[in-house]
Design a binder for this molecule. Sequence first.
Ligand code: FES
Length: 109
Amino acid sequence: MKTEVWNMSNMIELAKVEDIPKNEMHVFNVGKLEILVANVDGEFYAVENRCPHMGYPLFFGTLKGKILKCGFHNAEFDLSSGKALNEVTGKPLRVFKLAMQDSQILVEL
Ligand code: FES
């Protein structure tokens, strides 16, 4: 059995669950970071809103399940691992850990 140990001091409240409808994405500014949160059928994922291919915002992409396709040159990424899924780029997305507390979505920075 694996136990996750959370350092709550690195967690910040990002949004409420109801702020991000199912199968939609929302971008939050946290200091200089833009964090994209996607709600995939009730599962939440957080990644940097910056495509590792050429740096364009991923918010203009499309969601298909937990696969996010960049709207600029069609790089595809697995939101859970950040792994690049096609030949456009081999660079992964920056993925952030999330935690839920009541109806709050917390992100670890
Ligand atoms: S900037 Fe995203 S695929 Fe090129």
